[in-house]
Design a protein around this ligand. Sequence first.
Ligand code: ZN
Length: 128
Amino acid sequence: MPAARSNRDRILQISRWLAVTFPTPYPTTVRCVKKIAAPPGVKGVERRIGCQGETYQDGRKIIIRIAVRRGIPRMSTVDTLLHEWAHALLADQEQEAIGGHDVAWGKAFGKIYHRYIDDGGYKASEDY
Ligand SMILES: [Zn+2]
């Protein structure tokens, strides 16, 4: 399969690889958006730039939103996707709203990151 041309295509391609390699407890949909508003209370530059990603649960569905636009490097959007996928993996375990970075999240993120960066995921995902 030819290399994904746009950052959006690459994010969706990696999402398909993640869905097979790290299945989430509920179906996960990844959406690429131009901007994700910063949470209330965030000021200054971060307010203007917004967040790069967010994960939320809607009943038995998980939605991940990733900011993809000019000026955000591809690797940064990929990092954000891997980060958010770790949240999605823990959707049935996290007591509060998805969003904490506790030890369980850190382990999930570590597994995903290792697989993608050091264990062939970068290449393998190009076939999805
Ligand atoms: Zn997070």
